[in-house]
Ligand binder design. Structure first.
Ligand code: PMP
Length: 459
């Protein structure tokens, strides 16, 4: 063991302090984590977490499925399986993806993973060396940023608007990175009902993004845990449906069945799938046969499409409650997205309001949200926040939004009182706002991004 002393001569309390790998050394707890511990108290309306409403699951049906599984196939369910996953489940996963237009998927190209989170981890492990670039929407899914950072990737955001990722911005970013000599490995995108912005990439942009990435030799990672939760009932065609070689598709049963099952998957071109299986072997040896078969049996014996329909209706009512409450209560200058599915609304605050600075006051007022900066690798998103409508029932959502609007009004009036001391122009406070390299302050910094921990474990 390497024994190190701090500059003041004291020994660190962690005996192994000097032994950690470089990639672990940047893992620091976030400043807002303590606040989230408080936010789980019952008196606080949490619009922060992205937890699916599992109360809406028919627990009796889950119980009988699991009981049947143990009695009829217990010896298989309780045994080791393969790292690629159970073949019957993989075949069923292909049927699930057909609902989103993926009709050519073969079970051999499916790798079952411990939630889609593990698929993301395995993919990063097999594609990304320290310093390689991963492109993502800005904002993007917080735990994806953490995964990329854990492998010392350089995360570069590409801007989005109401129609999703902006193709011109993607082209410009690729040109700039090519000029720098950067190695761009992946475009990570959540194109449908995005976490955190609730935005869906339009069909024409999907084709454009695929074409840009094909020309640039960049693999597209389509992360799609919310795709079946469309409020119109119309499924959105997956990007993978139009580009079997250029896209790795990630799916999950976490939002359409139960996250506790921890069953997700990757559909990948054959050589990529083979590498993912090798990586999975070293990570977990074998996925849980028990939960894989429980999911497979549930899909085979229960009216799962009806269940998804019930989830969709429930989440749509919650989304409506939040949209109505926002329209009724938010002060001028606040804007928000209008998701057509999924769990999240992105709220942009009037100029100059800092969502992270405001969070302790919101929690004191018994409402919690996730500040926008959590969804960027570069400190952007200060005047934004993610609001989740998935978990609290509509009346709690309405209460939470009302409390949030009151806190925001107080914040704005405080700013107005102290206007001469404060700057209302974000361009003056945020040099990135005028800097064409805004999407990535590390654009000229060869250091890999520091690994971080997440405040929002369930998202
Ligand atoms: N991707 C996105 C965009 C998510 O929001 C989540 C979880 N909320 C995941 C991946 C991981 O989901 P799981 O591991 O439960 O499948």
């Amino acid at each position: 063991m390497v024994r190190e002393h701090r500059a003041d001569g004291t020994e660190p309390t962690d005996r192994w302090w000097g032994s950690y790998a470089a990639r672990a050394s940047g893992m620091i707890a976030s400043e807002v984590r303590a606040l989230f511990a408080v936010a789980s108290r019952p008196e606080i309306v949490s619009l922060a977490g992205g937890m699916p409403a599992v109360d809406a699951l028919p627990l009796d049906a889950v119980a009988s499925t699991v009981a049947d599984l143990v009695t009829s196939r217990g010896r298989v369910a309780l045994q080791y399986g393969s790292a690629q996953g159970d073949p019957e489940l993989r075949a069923r996963i292909c049927d699930v993806m057909a609902m989103e237009g993926i009709t050519d998927a073969h079970p051999d190209n499916v790798v079952v993973t411990v939630g889609s989170q593990q698929a993301l981890d395995l993919l990063t492990r097999v594609f990304v060396d320290p310093g390689d670039v991963v492109l993502t929407e800005g904002p993007t899914y917080v735990t994806a940023i953490n995964t990329f950072a854990a492998y010392q990737a350089r995360v570069v955001h590409v801007s989005m608007d109401g129609d999703g990722l902006v193709p011109d911005a993607l082209r410009e970013t690729l040109t700039r990175l090519a000029a720098e000599g950067a190695r761009v490995k992946l475009l990570y995108t959540v194109p449908t009902f995005q976490n955190p912005a609730g935005i869906t990439l339009t069909a024409s942009r999907r084709a454009e993004v695929l074409e840009i990435c094909r020309r640039a030799g960049v693999l597209v990672v389509e992360d799609n845990p919310y795709g079946l939760l469309s409020f119109t009932g119309e499924p959105v065609r997956a990007m993978r449906a139009d580009d079997p070689d250029g896209v790795v598709y990630l799916g999950s049963f976490s939002k359409t069945l139960a996250p506790g099952m921890r069953v997700g998957w990757a559909l990948a071109p054959a050589p990529v799938a083979a590498r993912l299986v090798l990586a999975a072997e070293s990570a977990i040896l074998s996925h849980s046969m028990f939960t894989q078969l429980a999911v497979e049996r549930y899909l085979a014996t229960q009216p799962w499409p009806e269940q998804i329909k019930a989830f969709r209706e429930m989440y749509r009512d919650r989304r409506d409650a939040m949209l109505t409450a926002l329209a009724e209560t938010m002060p001028a200058g606040a804007t928000w997205t209008r998701p057509e599915g999924g769990f999240f609304i992105w709220l942009t605050l009037p100029d100059g309001v800092d969502a992270k600075a405001m969070l302790p006051r919101a929690i004191a007022a018994r409402v919690a949200y996730v500040p926008g900066t959590g969804f960027y690798a570069d400190g952007s998103g200060r005047n934004a926040m993610r609001l989740s409508y998935c978990y609290p029932p509509p009346e709690r959502i309405r209460d939470g939004v009302r409390r949030l609007a009151d806190v925001l009004r107080a914040e704005i009036s405080l700013r107005q009182t102290f206007a001469p001391l404060a700057t209302t122009n974000p361009r003056a406070t945020n040099p990135r706002a005028t800097n064409p390299r805004a999407t990535n302050p590390r654009a000229t910094d060869p250091r890999p991004a520091a690994p971080r921990t997440s405040d929002f474990r369930d998202q």
